[in-house]
Design a binder for this molecule. Structure first.
Ligand code: ZN
Length: 687
């Protein structure tokens, strides 16, 4: 059950902290309780809520003005700062109430025109609702327990009974001007109320001070929780399902492949998504339910989830162990049906709205897998996590709703109006995606100089990056440098089980793999006529079999996805241009060069490309500063001249090698290619 987390000492500390920055008490306390709300996932998830305070501020001329500080777009309530609550002149906002209608575009324009600081973020789309209410503090959340009450065919009666006149009840209207007007009317009809219940949407509370408004939210959500705890019936009786379930690592690439689309503009390209897996007793009870096709397909639990999760999840078949072929066929059929349904939904509703909307991609954003759990899907790992968080909240909301009645969402037309809201469409038309958005790359030897530079280059191009290395602590440090969702995975490429486990971990973490940079290697030396056979074997383990193990595992996952892929190998100029005493290194590298061609030959029909980079004289763990100094001395040249001793006279860097891998990943019509990155070395030129 909810508990107030208001502490006088914390509130005072917030006021003092912000006072030092010239922020007044009203806004300081607004930040304090906004954070209290935002840090509880039962109340607020990913921008699903907003708060405001009415106060007096000085404008840019230094004149005092009555202003509404209301949550701005792009700010997370859990970590909000005063800058996240842009100040809007209150009088012009209130004046809008006299209008009959107001378009969303005009509403946004007027809100922006009345910002005290023109550099502020856009105020929330629910700004007018805050402005039209007279209370100093207004709090709004999409609390899970309240949604379980309002998402019912008899939600209005249920709430009237639970709140007993303390809350006004507002029928479902899409956020914007009309909802703001209606909410103000409901308040004015019963000015003693402490807040508003918005059917199929959420809850507002208000008060004369920060604590009153916040604690009313806690009290009203608690009432909803108490109602849900009474007279519960058992929900989600289980369907008959197979006992033995296939592992997540095998299931995820199949789901990911089914939820992707060929890119119509570029042959060989796909629109791909990244996955985030979740499971728990609550999720399993939901996905295993006999009536999953009814309650999971009934619609969103609150309208602003639509943009993140689409209106319905995809239901995959249960993945029985040992029967992955039939799981694959069933999942692909379900995905095709999902996309056909989505296209029909778009056509039907777009026609209703005048036919001017641009269709979003028809791919699902949530996939339910009986016996296993659920996946959130997104163009980035971050988006996938948000979809998964919202899906988990939906599971909880629907379970609560079904326990006391029957879950019901808004109509299809209402969902479309939110999903294809003109303000959201405008955001899309301006967005440019990075070239590898939605793609997953695994890099071996990722802790070394070339591996780390490659990880940086692919992350900058928009890919999700898995850094595989035998030294997982070093890989973790590299992943931390990249930030975002980059993940370090332990991997010893000389050990088949370790490589298998590493690729399973990549599939479990991201859903699969699209690009593999097989980079791990090390140099062994010895005069070929005298070298011990064990040295040669050791070098082959790493410099040939290591690449083969990595490529085999990558191809297994890529074929399960069915969306092609790209294998990239760090070969070496040694593969074509032997150096004295470097036989133990050059021989396996020569075999690896042949391996590249063998993969290109045998998997081209699957859309899997195989390319190599031949680099030379790059500072790295193989070519250390000490070794460079020794070689320069032996040749009687400076270190600088040694490093740039090539046709172009330019030193080759790890970044140069990384860029060559990136180019090969992007060249969709190129396979069995070797790119030299050596500044020019005629003896190593391929012919
Ligand atoms: Zn809302």
């Amino acid at each position: 059950m909810m508990q107030s987390r208001w502490r006088d000492a914390d509130a005072r500390a917030a006021v003092e902290r912000y006072a030092a920055h010239g922020i007044g008490e009203d806004l300081a306390l607004r930040v304090y309780t906004t954070r209290l709300l935002g840090s509880d996932p039962r109340l607020v998830l990913h921008g699903g809520g907003n708060t405001s305070v009415k106060t007096v501020l000085r404008d840019l001329n230094g004149d005092e003005v009555e202003a509404l500080c209301v949550k701005g777009s792009g700010w997370d309530m859990a970590t909000i700062e005063p800058a996240g609550l842009p100040a809007v002149r209150l009088a012009p906002l209130r004046k809008l109430r006299a209008r009959e209608t107001l378009s969303d575009e005009d509403m946004v324009r007027i809100q922006r025109a009345n910002l005290l600081d023109p550099g502020s973020p856009n105020p929330s789309v629910e700004t007018l609702l805050h402005a039209f209410l007279p209370h100093k503090f207004v709090d709004h959340t999409h609390a899970t327990a309240v949604l379980s009450l309002v998402d019912q065919p008899n939600g209005a009666e249920l709430c009237a009974e639970v709140y007993d006149g303390r809350m006004g009840i507002v029928p479902y209207i899409m956020p914007g001007f009309a909802l703001a007007k209606k909410s103000a009317e409901v308040f004015e009809a019963s000015p003693e109320i402490e807040g508003l219940i918005l059917l199929k949407h959420g809850i507002f509370t208000f008060g004369a001070d920060a604590r009153e408004s916040y604690e009313r939210m806690i009290a009203m959500v608690t009432r909803a929780e108490e109602r849900l705890a009474r007279g519960r019936k058992t929900v989600f009786a289980s369907a008959p399902l197979p006992q033995s379930v296939a592992p997540l690592a095998a299931v995820a690439p199949i789901v990911r492949g089914a939820c992707s689309l060929p890119d119509e503009r570029v042959e060989g390209a796909f629109r791909r998504l990244v996955l985030e897996f979740r499971t728990s007793d609550a999720i399993l009870s939901f996905v295993d339910g006999a009536e999953i096709a009814r309650y999971s397909q009934a619609g969103v639990v609150t309208p602003d989830h639509t943009i993140r999760t689409k209106n319905w999840p995809l239901i995959a078949p249960a993945p029985e162990d040992g029967k992955l072929d039939s799981f694959r066929a069933g999942t692909r059929a379900a995905a095709a049906a999902f996309m056909a349904r989505y296209r029909a939904y778009f056509e039907r509703n777009n026609a209703r709205c005048g036919g001017k909307k641009r269709m979003l991609d028809p791919l699902p954003r949530v996939v339910l897998v009986p016996r296993l759990g659920l996946f959130g899907l997104g163009r980035t790992k971050k988006d996938a996590r948000i979809a998964a968080d919202l899906a988990e909240a939906a599971v909880e909301t629907i379970a609560g709703a079904e326990a006391i009645g029957r879950f019901e969402s808004i109509s299809e037309a209402d969902m479309f109006d939110v999903e294809y809201w003109s303000l959201e469409q405008a955001k899309l038309s301006g967005a440019v995606e990075k070239p590898l958005a939605g793609q997953i790359v695994a890099i071996t030897g990722a802790a070394g100089a070339i591996g780390a530079a490659t990880a940086r280059a692919f992350a900058a191009a928009g890919a999700e990056v898995a850094l595989l290395d035998i030294d997982v602590a070093a890989a973790q440090a590299r992943a931390a440098e990249l930030g975002g969702a980059a993940r370090a995975v332990p991997c010893d490429v000389t050990d088949a089980a370790s490589v298998r486990a590493a690729f399973d971990a990549v599939a479990e973490t991201f859903g699969g793999v699209d690009i593999v940079v097989s980079n791990a290697g090390a140099a062994w030396q010895g005069r070929i006529g005298e070298v011990d056979e064990s040295v040669l074997r050791q070098s082959f383990e790493l410099n040939f079999y290591g690449h083969q193990r990595v490529a085999q595992n990558a191809v297994r996952i890529m074929r399960a996805q069915g969306t092609g892929g790209c294998l990239l190998f760090n070969v070496s100029k040694q593969a074509v241009n032997p150096g004295p005493n470097f036989g133990p290194y050059g021989l396996p590298k020569a075999a690896t060069l042949f391996l590249v061609r063998q993969y290109a030959l045998e998997y081209g029909a699957d859309g899997i490309r195989a390319n190599a980079v031949n680099a030379d004289r790059v500072r790295s763990g193989l070519l250390t500063d000490a070794l460079i100094a020794e070689r320069a001395r032996a040749r009687g040249v400076s270190v600088k001249d040694y490093m740039s001793g090539n046709l172009l006279g330019r030193e080759v860097t790890a970044e140069d090698v990384a860029q060559a891998f990136l180019h090969q990943a992007l060249e969709l019509k190129t396979t069995a290619d070797v790119t030299t990155v050596d500044g020019g070395n005629i003896a190593a030129a391929l012919r």
